[in-house]
Design a protein around this ligand. Structure first.
Ligand code: APR
Ligand code: ZN
Ligand code: ZN
Length: 361
């Protein structure tokens, strides 16, 4: 029997989001219905609402979520009702050319539920990132459910589903930060803050946080930054070089996604260092760099989608480290809110007041 549940949707471009009733079908083959316990508010939800991703309104928003599997469809073996899971948007296919080469984190054919959730009048919803979890329940592909230790708080666990995983992964998966490395992180919101935390976890000896907002720099200190640079008042390239013996950092994570911050990252890294772009640019942005500098400085210029994570490998591991007190994922939860407060949370996010607001159901 299909169920009716409360959910937050974006009905039209730019219109405030609203709480409404949606219809969640029973899970079909390979699908699962998940009772959502918590879901973080991410920039991407706001981008959907603003029509910045595509025009397939109405959107069912929310995608940084954790909850309990309620029911599964035919042929589902990876999870069962009662499992505590974090939802992911990288349910790998196992068949594509990336998967077949053992590089499942680059899977080119990830899964979502085949059936559609709808409004009461039958209008089909587009779930954000194939998840749609500002809802009492949602329908996903079973592979989007990653089992983790249920001892963790759902509000904390859900954040691994997107931004925090992106930041930690940008440092440890894409950037390959290791013991003794110097790291600079440009932009210390939720994603950059997580890159700081990931760098500490990986044993970086120097972690330089760069932002234009002193509040974010204070937070970055709490998350593990050893040095901070306000790039509104100080040239970040000079400052990072000075703090690294005149050389630049081994790894620079760019967590803003703008040409000027990318250039800072490019010139603030040591020769043969690595730049990791995890901030998401917009379509009109372009970059100009002397090709001779690209060649002459060597090293690697990489992008990191979703922190190059493999949910089945990374989510349980990071939750375990959190439960052992070695990774304070709770530091990202600035506030917990109700389902009807998502619009206000967008506003606070826009003002830079929060790392993450998390809807708790
Ligand atoms: N230089 C340095 N820091 C900057 C600059 C700049 N020119 N412009 C903005 N920032 C800082 C902001 O002050 C803020 O602390 O970047 C941070 C961005 O953080 P959030 O707004 O919290 O965004 P976050 O969720 O961390 O995402 C960062 O990654 O996933 C993408 O779409 C997302 O592009 C965005 C980026
Ligand atoms: Zn694949
Ligand atoms: Zn997100």
């Amino acid at each position: 029997m299909a169920q009716q549940v409360k959910a937050v949707i974006a009905r039209a471009k730019g219109a405030p989001v609203e709480v409404t009733t949606i219809v969640v079908p029973d899970p079909g083959p390979g699908e699962a219905v998940v009772k959502i316990q918590a879901c973080g508010v991410c920039h991407t939800d706001l981008h959907y609402r603003e029509g910045g991703i595509n025009d397939e309104f109405p959107f069912l928003l929310g995608h940084e979520a954790a909850g309990v599997v309620e029911s599964v469809g035919e042929g589902v073996t990876e999870v069962e009702p009662g499992d505590f899971v974090v939802l992911n948007w990288r349910a790998v296919c196992g068949q594509c050319r990336a998967c077949r080469r053992g590089r499942a984190q680059y899977c080119f054919n990830t899964h979502n539920a085949k059936q559609k959730m709808t409004l009461l009048d039958g209008t089909e919803l587009s779930p954000a990132l194939g998840i749609g979890a500002f809802a009492e329940k949602t329908l996903v592909a079973a592979g989007q459910c990653t089992k983790v230790d249920p001892a963790v708080s759902p509000a904390v666990a859900g954040l691994l589903g997107c931004g925090v995983m992106a930041g930690i992964g940008a440092a440890i998966n894409t950037g390959g930060v290791g013991r003794g490395d110097s790291v600079a992180v440009i932009g210390c919101g939720g994603v950059g803050g997580a890159a700081v935390m990931g760098s500490r976890l990986a044993g970086a000896s120097k972690i330089i946080a760069v932002d234009i907002d002193d509040r974010k720099l204070e937070t970055a200190r709490r998350l593990g930054a050893t040095h901070t640079v306000n790039s509104r008042s100080t040239d970040p390239v000079e400052a990072i070089r000075e703090l690294t013996g005149g050389n630049g950092a081994d790894v620079v994570v760019e967590a803003v996604g703008r040409p000027e911050t990318y250039k800072q990252a490019f010139y603030a890294r040591d020769l043969a260092g690595t730049v990791v772009l995890v901030g998401v640019p917009t379509p009109e942005m372009t970059l100009e760099l002397p090709l001779l500098d690209v060649f002459g400085r060597g090293g690697a210029l990489k992008s990191s989608w979703y922190g190059d994570c493999l949910p089945s490998r990374d989510f349980p591991m990071l939750i375990d480290l959190h439960l052992q007190g070695r990774l304070d994922l709770g530091a990202f939860v600035t506030e917990t809110i109700e389902l009807d407060a998502v619009e206000q949370a967008f506003e606070r996010m826009h003002q830079g007041d929060v790392l993450r607001s998390v809807v708790v159901l």
